[in-house]
Design a protein around this ligand. Structure first.
Ligand code: HOZ
Length: 393
């Protein structure tokens, strides 16, 4: 495929935007070609600036579980926009979305809306520190929780793609409070906790790791963390920004029946608009300002457009059989694909798939995202393209 217009835009973008992109992995650096500039989307497809269409498995990195431009979500956003884009004051829509979230996650009694997943994890950590009076946090190597200073240590995904374990710009004084353990290794976690007795405010994790490839939790790992946190007075933060409303309506916590003290959400709850959220038991959440002393705020928090898109999306996800259908589509695709963990080979595979009109995440460390709008024909076309791409490797 020809990418003349995208290439022209990329040259222009590089003049005024660092690296030509507003989020590093979008630059396609690790797959050896220039990024596509997207003009529009519909259902399972996105259309680039050269008017070529692609079956999309990025789905804006997770939010587009209904596919692009679902008419009910578009309508909700249009209606909200016609009443005003932002007020910096509470609206009824915030209560509506909060109720939907609390119904779906029994351990969320109160939830606060923010504008991104990064804000959600950053705020949850501040709350955990404020509640426990402890400074250290424990995260897992390869788990990504956004780009707040204390979380950008051994962060997988973008950082792994660019070979940067910890970003410059993070003071050693800050990074020293972030302890890191091996994912799925409870023995490692226990020994770190023992070495830092009564000093760890929280353990934060992706309940299914999705930024070092897709790594499910080992049997007993989540429950082991739950028990350890309860015994040691550590706040367990389950980062469901990617998995929430994705792997089940109630996220990974519903699937594995293990509950965090605090939960971070994002992506799907904004229906494609910028949203994050963190919530948990009242006793913890009520320590947030203005009720408590832990400060957290945001001009666009609870934005009415974002709330409307989120409400419309969650209502559609509640429809009978939704998750079964998504599972079936994903299983069909998975069975038809062979996977590779060779970065060079992945980069050739990625380019060949793109040539065949299939848009994958431009890094082998990232997850792919299915939507309900992907048709059987889309899936078969993807499997055929993959077979061709793999033969050529
Ligand atoms: N946080 C995403 C990677 N896991 C990238 C988001 C984006 O570039 O839009």
């Amino acid at each position: 495929m020809k990418h003349e217009q995208s290439n022209t835009y990329f040259s222009q973008a590089k003049q005024v935007i660092p690296g030509g992109v507003n989020s590093p992995v979008r630059a396609f650096t690790s797959v050896g070609c220039n990024p596509l500039f997207i003009e529009k989307s519909a259902g399972s497809r996105i259309y680039d600036a050269d008017n070529q269409s692609y079956i999309d498995y990025v789905g804006s990195w997770g939010p587009m579980i209904l596919g692009h431009c679902h008419p009910k979500v578009v309508e909700a956003i249009q209606n909200a926009a016609s009443c005003g884009a932002s007020f910096g004051a509470p609206t009824y829509k915030e209560i509506e979305l909060a109720n939907l979230v609390c119904e779906a996650y029994p351990n969320i009694e109160k939830v606060r809306m923010v504008s991104s997943g990064t804000e959600a994890t950053m705020s949850a950590i501040r709350l955990a520190r404020g509640c426990t009076g402890r400074d250290k946090i424990l995260k897992f190597n390869g788990c990504y929780h956004g780009h707040a200073d204390s979380l950008l240590v051994k962060a997988g995904s973008g950082a792994a793609t660019f070979g940067v374990p910890t970003s410059p710009g993070i003071p050693a004084e800050v990074a020293k409070y972030t302890l890191t353990a091996t994912y799925n290794d409870l023995v490692d976690v226990k020994s770190i906790v023992a070495l830092n007795k009564d000093e760890i405010a929280c353990i934060i994790l992706e309940p299914i790791a999705g930024n070092m490839g897709c790594v499910p939790p080992a049997t007993g790992f989540l429950q082991g963390l739950r028990d350890l946190c309860t015994a040691e007075g550590i706040v367990l933060i389950v980062d469901e920004v990617m998995t929430g409303f994705r792997v089940a309506y109630g996220g990974a916590q519903e699937r594995f029946n293990v509950r965090g003290d605090l939960v971070c959400l994002g992506k799907i709850i904004g229906g494609g608009l910028p949203v994050g959220a963190f919530g948990g038991k009242k006793e913890l959440m009520d320590q947030l300002s203005p009720e408590g002393g832990v400060y957290q705020a945001g001009t666009l928090s609870g934005n009415p457009l974002a709330m409307s898109a989120g409400i419309a999306t969650l209502k559609l996800l509640k429809e009978e059989g939704f998750y079964q259908q998504i599972e079936e589509k994903s299983a069909f695709l998975e069975a038809g694909l062979a996977l590779t963990s060779d970065t060079e080979a992945f980069s050739r595979y990625f380019r060949s798939m793109l040539d065949s009109g299939i848009n994958l995440a431009p890094s082998q460390f990232e997850a792919g995202f299915m939507s309900i709008a992907h048709s059987q024909e889309d899936l078969e076309q993807t499997i055929e393209a993959a077979a061709r791409a793999l033969t050529g490797l």
